[in-house]
Design a protein around this ligand. Sequence first.
Ligand code: AHR
Length: 498
Amino acid sequence: MKKAKVIVDKNFILGAVDKRIYGSFIEHLGRAVYEGIYQPESPFADEQGVRKDVISLIKQLNVPIVRYPGGNFVSGYHWEDGVGDKSTRPVRTDLAWKTLETNQFGLNEFMEWTKKADTEAMMAVNLGTRGPEDAKNLVEYCNHPGGALYSDMRKQHGYNTPHDIKVWCLGNEMDGPWQMGHKTAKEYGRIAAEAGRIMKMVDSSIELVACGSSNYGMETFGYWEDAVLEECYEQIDYLSLHQYYGNEENNASEFLANTVAMDQFICSVISICDSVRARKKKQKYINLSFDEWNVWYHSHEQDKKIAPWSVAPHLLEDVYNFEDALLVAGIMITMLRHADRIKMACLAQLVNVIAPIMTSDTGAWKQTIYYPFELISNYGRGSVLNTLVECSVYESQYGDAPFLDCVLVWNEEKENIVLFAVNKSLDEDMKITCDLRQFEGYTIKKHIVLTHSDLKAENTEAHPDEVCPSENGKSSIENGVVTAQLPDKSFHVIVLAK
Ligand code: AHR
């Protein structure tokens, strides 16, 4: 049996959890919008065509912000195509995904949907094929009170009150050669600065996210962040990070060690932000928006077979397994361990497209990765305690990987402490201890466990409950010291309260 010690101190608080780190993402891609959140002909749809079964699953996830409408899609999007009378909206080619976009669901439908899903919008503007002028018009359409061309257009479309969208992404993955309107770092930095400045002239209350690298492996990584921030540090508030993980080699230990790679990625971006801050002698910090993250690889081969130019094809429909759920838990723990700088994050995506929720014409179900997201999103609210982990490590391509991923979140107001932990060992149980004597009067209320004997176990429509949590974890607290048994390959949520 492995042993690990988790050390926290009541006075060592890393930072408050910004609830927006539990965000997600809906792109006009595959069946995310059509057949995902919107399907007028479905027996599960409401009078506006919104899938009620999907809304109910999203509400359980407690997602405070949803990025929209892309993704790669946004870099060729004309938002005007998706507003006003549905019968006159054009069908367009979407060059990002080689599909047809009917525009039957657009900006205003999305804003109505956010209310039903108890969430807020994180709106992306097209800085690929378009630029500052159109971005400015879109902010006016969404946020201006009225009496000008675009705000009056919104009113004519039936929305008298502004949508008041607070968070805006300045394009998407503009460093990627696959991106429509791909730019060099300097070109993008200039456009982001000017688009951002003009957008804030329309509404000074908005917050802006500039594109960081599309992933840690990009050749331009590091240089891109530095050069972009050099141009737009003054105008923006957050820098984005995107990363997807795969297990093509079918090596579970290496796959789970991706939390180490992710940690290195985050630390590197923080260093670059702070180095530009030092160079520019600024007070302001640029915080991070990890606005695309997930496991993505299962559907790669299948997607190659999909015929181009269809409407809502089955694209990026990864079927997730238990090991994916373990990594998702590890990723979320890693982000919480940087809660002082990561203020927003989006699980990419939310429905059907690399998603925790899947739909068919006969229902909707929870993939394996739904559960770690649901548990951490619901229980991980409060302040992150600086969590020191003493445990054994294993060698991975990213360096030493600890067998235990762990973090504690303390909600002083609600008087609860939650310990999140993943035992990454594939064949050995682990005994962990955590001295909580400083937190008087707390007892263990719940110990939720997600585990399965088969790393490849999946949830499907026919067998939706193959991988799901139970409340049978083994832990105790004696004289303020928590002891817990973590079976090999398992995720844990231990809830303490007064
Ligand atoms: O989420 C799927 C795609 O991944 C997004 O459109 C893009 O931004 C990223 O490359």
